[in-house]
Structures are given as C-alpha cells and as structure tokens.
Design a protein around this ligand. Structure first.
Ligand SMILES: Cc1cc2nc3c(=O)[nH]c(=O)nc-3n(C[C@H](O)[C@H](O)[C@H](O)COP(=O)(O)OP(=O)(O)OC[C@H]3O[C@@H](n4cnc5c(N)ncnc54)[C@H](O)[C@@H]3O)c2cc1C
Length: 314
C-alpha cells in the first residue's frame, strides 16, 4: 500500500536529490566572530524532498514548479511540518563556550562535541569588536542596546582586560597540564570566551524553529551571527521553503486576542493609544511615564514593525 503511494510520487526512477550550488559549499568555512565558523559537512534533500514526502500523503506525482511552490507554502502556512523533516543538514561549528551553551539548548539536534577531557583545548578566545561593546539595554533585560554607545575608554579597558584575563587563564591551564593535573580538571579554569567545536545535525523543521528564535533581535548578538551564517546556507539548500519560512514565520507579526481587538478598534478609527488601553494593553503608568516592558510595549513594537513609525507620544 505504502509502496504504491511512494512509487506514485515519482514519474522517473528515484534518485538522490542533489544541489550543485550547495555541493560547492561543503567544507567551506563561513567565518563567524574572530575565530569561529560554520561549515556545511553534508546534507540530505532539498525543496523537492519536501514535495516528494507531502505527495505521499496526497498520493499524486511530480507537478510543475509553481504547483510545488504552492504546496510548500501551503504546508508551511498550515503547520504541516513533517515533510520539512525530510531535509537534513550536518554542520561543523566552532563557537565560544557561552554561545555553545545557548545553542545546545535546542534539544532536537544531534551533537558531537570536541572533548576537553580527551584533548587539549586550543588557545582561541573571543574578543568582541569595539562596535559590539555597547551598553545594557533599558527595555531588554537580557541584552545590550546596539545604539547606546559606551565611552571609548570603557570599551578599550574591557577589551584589554578580557585579553589579559584570557591569556592568564590559558597560562594557568597549561601550567596545570604540565604539573600533571588531568585535562578534565584543568579545563575548568578557562573562561567562557574560549572556543569549542562540534558536529551539529538537524532537520529543516527544527532548523526553522532554531532560526526563528536565534535570528530574532532579542537573541544574543554573538549567537545570532551563527544563526545568520547557517541561514545563508539553508537559503541555498531550500530556496522555496526558506522564502515560505520568511513570509509565514520569520517576518510575520503574530497578534494576541487583545492585540487583534486593538487593531480592530484602530481600523474603526480609534487612536492607537485608546485602542491599546481599551483592550488592556497598558502603555503608561499612573505617573504618566511609559512602561518599558510588558504586553503594552510589546504591542508597540509589533505596530512599529508593521507601520515603520513611532507609535508612542514623546
Ligand atoms: C532570546 C532567548 C532568551 C532565552 N533565555 C533563557 C534563559 O534566561 N534561561 C534559560 O534557561 N533558557 C533561556 N532560553 C532558552 C529557551 O528557554 C529554550 O530552551 C531554547 O530556546 C530552546 O527552545 P525549544 O525548547 O523550543 O527548542 P528545542 O529544544 O529545539 O525543541 C523544539 C521543540 O520541541 C519540543 N520539545 C523538545 N523537547 C521537549 C520536551 N522535553 N518537552 C516538551 N516539548 C519538547 C517543543 O515544542 C520545542 O519548542 C532563551 C532562548 C531565547 C531564544
């Protein structure tokens, strides 16, 4: 039964799906940060594997490009996710430990990491570029504000101190190894800006979920750069699916029920502030100052993304 359906999905004998542009990228290091990289090691499938898998469900064979594109966009719009799992990527990556700690939270990936119990950690550490060292954000408690510059001397002091600290730590690490301390213990003196390496294998459905979370401006900038490097490769691998992902997820704006009601009020002519307040999206405190966090400010951010204008009175 299944056999019949699978046979129906292909007008020609089955063959491995390859992508000559992607083949050229295998083994090419995409540099990230000062010593890191993302490199495609292998892949399986492409846009046509998504279509192929989906047509097993619907029981019809290969169609024109436009029909295939329409099918991929339909699958993405309606969260019919399993056909996207038919595409896989294997990357080699080198990233600072603090970035790896964030990426490793994505549990739907297969990972094999360099073992600092088994081998000596190479002397690579991350020093942020001057422009990347900006002040703590007032609105995003987890991040920095890329617009809020710090005095040059503070930036210089931080870069020099981190360099010195990294070198001192590595000297201690080497001394510990020379003194007979086992590698598994000696490594604990290395700071989080040292680099680790791993193989990282993921399917396209989980890749999109990862990219959605880690390309987002709220993600840590260093981790975003790894996500963006991977996105460049994914775009080449599955151009149609990637465009659908951009349209329906990455660049889409999702409204809560309260937000939808506020938008409805605005379409009926109410002001932005009245619409927000009326629907419980609080913008101002009792003393008239604006909230910096919460549902109100998040609604502002969404509307500003949509309208490209400042929604709040200043
Ligand atoms: C901007 C940002 C800030 C963050 N801040 C913090 C923080 O301060 N502290 C912190 O600890 N983490 C933080 N995280 C990590 C975050 O909580 C998630 O662990 C991480 O983003 C992985 O997301 P995920 O679980 O959806 O992904 P994956 O682990 O890849 O899982 C994909 C999906 O599979 C399903 N799934 C996988 N495993 C399970 C399971 N065991 N049970 C149920 N469903 C499962 C879920 O639907 C999940 O969305 C942050 C992440 C981001 C993007």
């Amino acid at each position: 039964m299944v056999q019949n359906n699978i046979e129906k999905t292909s007008d020609t004998p089955m063959q491995r799906i390859t992508n000559s542009e992607l083949d050229k990228l295998i083994g090419v290091k995409f540099p990230v940060l000062d010593h890191g990289f993302v490199m495609l090691v292998d892949y399986m499938g492409g846009d046509s594997s998504i279509v192929q898998a989906a047509r097993v469900s619907y029981g019809s064979g290969t169609k024109t490009f436009r029909e295939d594109e329409g099918l991929i966009r339909y699958l993405m719009r309606h969260d019919h996710t399993t056909p996207f799992e038919m595409v896989e990527f294997k990357f080699a990556m080198r990233m600072p430990f603090f970035v790896a700690r964030q990426i490793v939270r994505h549990r739907t990936v297969s990972i094999n990491e360099y073992s600092a119990r088994y081998s000596v950690v190479p002397d690579f550490y991350y020093i942020p570029e001057k422009d990347d060292i900006t002040a703590q954000s007032a609105t995003n408690r987890q991040g920095r504000d890329s617009e809020k510059k710090l005095p040059n001397e503070v930036v210089e002091w931080f870069r020099n101190s981190v360099t010195e600290h990294s070198k001192d730590s590595y000297s201690l690490y080497e001394k510990a190894l020379e003194s007979g301390i086992p590698r598994e213990l000696a490594r604990m003196v290395l700071p989080l800006n040292y680099y680790t390496e791993w193989y990282w294998k993921i399917n396209l459905h989980n890749m999109f979920h990862f990219l959605q979370l880690r390309i987002d401006p709220h993600a840590q900038e260093e981790t975003r750069r790894y996500a963006m490097a991977m996105a460049e490769i994914v775009k080449i691998a599955v151009p149609v699916a990637y465009k659908a992902f951009e349209d329906f997820s990455l660049h889409a704006v999702r409204f809560s029920e309260k937000e939808s009601m506020a938008v409805k009020d605005m379409l009926n002519g109410a002001s932005f502030e009245d619409s927000a307040n009326r629907n419980g999206l609080r913008l101002y405190k009792e003393d008239g100052t604006a909230f910096k966090t919460g549902e109100g400010p998040e609604f502002i951010q969404k509307m500003e993304r949509l309208t490209k204008r400042n929604m709040l009175r200043v």
